[in-house]
Design a binder for this molecule. Structure first.
Ligand SMILES: *Cc1c(COP(=O)(O)O)cnc(C)c1O
Length: 364
C-alpha cells in the first residue's frame, strides 16, 4: 500500500535529533514558556522574515487570538465581516464565528484554488473589516494584489498560512504579507510537531505583546490579568521538536517540489486536470488533481494500493454545524468538491512510487 502520508517515515529520519531534544526537555524540569519556545519563535520569525512569532496551542487558536486581539484593540467589533474562501478547512470559519464576527464566503479561482481577487472586491461592504486569505494546498495567494485591495479599502489582512510554511511570492514568504498570519504545526502539516501546536507571526509589536498575553490567560505579569484571555501556549516539548524539524524544512519543500514536477511531467491522461505548475509559489502541502468521475478514480487507485484523500469533501457552508449557511449557493466550491482528489506527496516518498501512481493514472 502506498500511504497518503507516511509520518513515521518522515520523522524517523530525524529520530536521533528528536530523541536528544526530547531528553533535554525532560531533564530541564521546565515545560511551559521556557527557552525552547523562545528559541523556536525566534527561528521561525526569522524563517518567515517577520519581526515577531508567538507560539500558540494550535492553528485554530492562532487565528482566533489575532481576531480577539484586534477586538481588544478596538479595530473590530461584533458583527464585522471577514472575507474567507468558500473552499477552506473549517478552522478558518470557526475562528471568525467564535469571535463574534461574520464569515463572508468568497469563491476561489478555478486555476489556483485560492481566493480570487476580483471576487474579493465584489464582496466588500461597509461592514467588511478583514480579508482572510488562505494559502490553500501550499500555494500562496496573490498577496501583492490582495494587500493592495486591503489598503485601498482600509481592511486588515490575516493570512491563514496553516498549509504554506515557506511558500513565497515576489521573494516574500507567507506569514510576512498581512497584518498578521496564523500557522498550524499539526503533525501532517509541512512543518509538523509531534502533537498540536501553532503560531502567529506579525510585524506589529503591540499586536505581538497583546497576543502573547491573551494566549496566557490575559496575563502580562504572573497572577495579574489584564484581559479575559485563553490558555493556548506552545509547550517546550513541541517547541524543541519543531526546532529540529525547522532545520530540515527547506530540504523537505524541495523534495515535495520534485515530486510535484514528476507528477506534472508524467500524468498525460486527458481526463485529468493537473494543478498549475507554480513551483516557485507552492510548497505543495497537497497535490490536488481534478476529474469528473472522481469517486471511480479514487476507488480504482485504492484497489491498486494507493491511498488518496479529498480536501475537502464538504464545504464549510454546507456543514451541519453551519445550518444558517446551508441554503447559500456557492457553485464553484460545490462543483470542485466533487472533482478534486489529493494524491500522495511527502518528503521521502520514493520516485518509484510516484512513477507507479503516474502509470496507474495514465492507464485509467
Ligand atoms: C490545519 C488548518 C488549520 C487549523 O490548524 P490546527 O492546528 O489543526 O488547529 C487552519 N486552517 C487551515 C487552512 C488548516 O489547514
Amino acid at each position: 500500500m502506498i500511504k497518503f502520508l507516511d509520518l513515521q517515515k518522515i520523522n524517523s529520519q530525524y529520530e536521533h535529533e528528536l530523541k536528544k531534544a526530547c531528553e533535554r526537555v525532560i531533564d530541564s524540569g521546565w515545560y511551559i514558556n521556557g527557552e525552547n519556545l523562545a528559541q523556536f519563535e525566534s527561528a521561525f520569525a526569522n524563517y518567515c522574515g517577520a519581526n515577531y512569532c508567538i507560539g500558540t496551542g494550535n492553528g485554530l487558536d492562532a487565528l482566533r487570538l489575532v481576531l480577539m486581539a484586534w477586538k481588544e484593540m478596538g479595530k473590530l467589533k461584533d458583527g464585522d465581516e471577514v472575507l474567507v474562501p468558500s473552499n477552506t478547512f473549517i478552522a478558518s470559519v470557526i475562528a471568525i464565528s467564535e469571535t463574534g464576527l461574520v464569515p463572508v464566503f468568497v469563491e476561489p479561482s478555478e486555476d489556483s484554488f485560492n481566493m480570487s481577487p476580483g471576487l474579493i472586491e465584489n464582496a466588500i461592504t461597509s461592514k467588511t473589516k478583514v480579508i482572510m486569505p488562505v494559502h490553500l494546498y501550499g500555494r500562496i495567494c496573490n498577496m501583492p494584489v490582495i494587500c493592495e485591495i486591503a489598503k485601498r479599502n482600509d481592511l486588515l489582512v490575516l493570512e491563514d498560512s496553516a498549509q504554506a510554511h515557506g511558500a513565497m511570492i515576489q521573494g516574500k514568504k507567507a506569514g510576512n504579507w498581512g497584518d498578521a498570519a496564523a500557522f498550524s504545526y499539526y503533525p501532517g502539516k509541512n512543518l509538523g510537531a509531534l502533537g498540536d501546536a501553532g503560531a502567529v507571526t506579525t510585524n506589529d509589536a503591540s499586536l505581538a505583546t497583546l497576543i502573547r498575553a491573551m494566549g496566557n490567560y490575559g496575563s502580562v505579569k504572573k497572577y495579574q490579568h489584564k484581559y479575559i484571555g485563553i490558555n493556548s501556549r506552545l509547550d517546550e516539548m513541541q517547541a524543541a521538536m519543531l526546532s529540529v524539524k525547522l532545520k530540515h524544512l527547506n530540504h523537505e519543500i524541495q523534495q515535495r517540489q520534485e515530486i510535484a514536477k514528476q507528477y506534472i511531467a508524467g500524468i498525460t491522461n486527458p481526463k485529468i486536470k493537473l494543478p498549475e505548475n507554480s513551483s516557485e509559489e507552492s510548497v505543495w502541502h497537497l497535490f490536488v488533481i481534478r476529474t469528473d468521475r472522481r469517486d471511480a478514480l479514487q476507488q480504482y487507485l485504492l484497489e491498486n494500493n494507493v491511498q488518496t484523500l479529498i480536501h475537502y469533501p464538504v464545504a464549510p457552508h454546507q456543514q451541519e454545524a453551519y445550518k444558517k449557511y446551508n441554503a447559500k449557493c456557492l457553485p464553484i466550491v460545490e462543483k470542485m468538491q466533487k472533482q478534486i482528489l489529493s494524491l500522495p506527496i511527502y518528503p521521502g516518498m520514493s520516485q518509484l512510487n510516484v512513477g507507479k501512481i503516474i502509470s496507474l493514472i495514465n492507464n485509467y
